[in-house]
Design a protein around this ligand. Structure first.
Ligand code: BT5
Length: 328
């Protein structure tokens, strides 16, 4: 009921709508409408009530609540079931438990902050309340060796969402980073729950720096991280970004399921900064320079060493020799 009332107020934003009209749309009493309006106000919605005119919505909180996320969400599966928290260790850890408990594909876990946000290879992820930290549960019918494809699906979907939402020319760096002008704006963590031949679930953790300011960064990442606010000079509503993200994700994921990896890879090629670049590769054993030639069918990066051998990389760290300005 509150979602329907909120939707009506949003549809009439800038104008007033009377309690009588709302109650006749929804077939409930005006007193019931009044009570729902009071509880919306308590949640942070700015609603003006004027005698003779009715109600007018002046402002919505940027809170990651089910009501805010679902109102106006245009997806069929992504985010249709959601778990929202104020503070968690890691949304990926919660999503894993939900997946094991049988929650369906498209369920999401989102939190205002993470106190133990995770990066790849047991690294940390700084996750204060000004960012967007979300994990998606997927259950694709693919073989476990194809799971890295989902990192490509995710990078393309998030890149498209960020470009559509902000107009900024965000780029992808293999395997899991989204950059703006060479600085990290978003990281993706893909985790697989599988038996030898069957994928049970895949968790896609997406961390987007939204409204953090440069001074907010821990010193070790200050020079290499950025946020949408730092890049654009203004703050962004995380709820609206999440809705765009879920819509783009659903569309790119469907494309993958119907047309396979080659279609996603060709989209990825248009948005990436790694292929064709001189790179430095850091693996567990060594660090070496090379040239990033191509991506294979499994999503591995093919790097030609200066000595001529071709290496196939799965999850090593690759840094670009030069910082390219992709606004040019
Ligand atoms: C990643 O790892 O980039 C994957 C990050 C995934 C985060 C999401 S948030 C929702 C979900 N729940 C989780 O617990 N995780 C996922 P990696 O490529 O390993 O990068 C980690 C490195 O990036 C760290 O070692 C730092 O150097 C740097 N870093 C940490 N926090 C950052 C931030 N907020 N922005 C930019 N760089 C950061």
């Amino acid at each position: 009921m509150r979602k329907q009332i909120l939707q009506i107020l949003i549809d009439h934003q800038g104008n007033y709508i009377s309690g009588e009209e709302i109650s006749s749309y929804l077939q409930v009493s005006r007193t019931a409408i009044w009570k729902h309006i009071q509880s919306l106000k308590e949640e942070g919605y700015e609603i003006i009530s004027s005698t003779g005119k009715g109600y007018s919505l002046k402002g919505r909180p940027d809170l990651l609540t089910p009501l805010e996320i679902k109102t106006g969400l245009k997806t069929k599966i992504m985010g249709q079931k959601l778990f929202c928290y104020t503070s968690v260790g890691s949304t990926n850890e919660i999503a894993k438990k939900k997946a094991l408990a049988g929650e369906p594909e498209g369920s999401i876990v989102v939190a205002e902050e993470q106190v133990e946000g995770k990066g790849r290879l047991a690294r940390w992820w700084d996750s204060p309340t000004s960012g967007l930290w979300v994990s998606l549960i997927l259950r694709p019918q693919i073989d476990p060796y194809q799971a890295p494809h989902l990192t490509f699906v995710s990078a393309v979907a998030v890149c498209q969402a960020l470009r559509r939402f902000t107009g900024l020319k965000v780029m992808i760096k293999w395997p899991n980073d989204l950059l703006y002008q060479g600085k990290k704006l978003c990281g993706i963590l893909t985790e697989l729950g599988a038996e030898l031949a069957v994928v049970n679930y895949i968790i896609i953790g997406i961390g987007i720096n939204v409204n953090q300011q440069v001074k907010d960064w821990p010193p070790e990442i200050r020079a290499k991280a950025t946020s949408l606010a730092a890049a654009s000079g203004k703050n962004w509503r995380r709820v609206d970004l999440l809705q765009v993200l879920l819509e783009e994700y659903e569309q790119v994921y469907q494309l993958y399921l119907m047309q396979g990896f080659p279609t996603i890879l060709s989209l990825w090629r248009e948005m990436n900064v790694t292929l064709g670049a001189e790179v430095v590769v850091t693996s567990r054993e060594e660090t070496y320079a090379g040239f990033a030639e191509d991506i294979d069918d499994y999503g591995c990066l093919l790097v030609r060493r200066e000595t001529g051998e071709l290496e196939s990389l799965i999850a090593e760290d690759v840094s670009l020799q030069k910082t390219y300005n992709h606004e040019d």
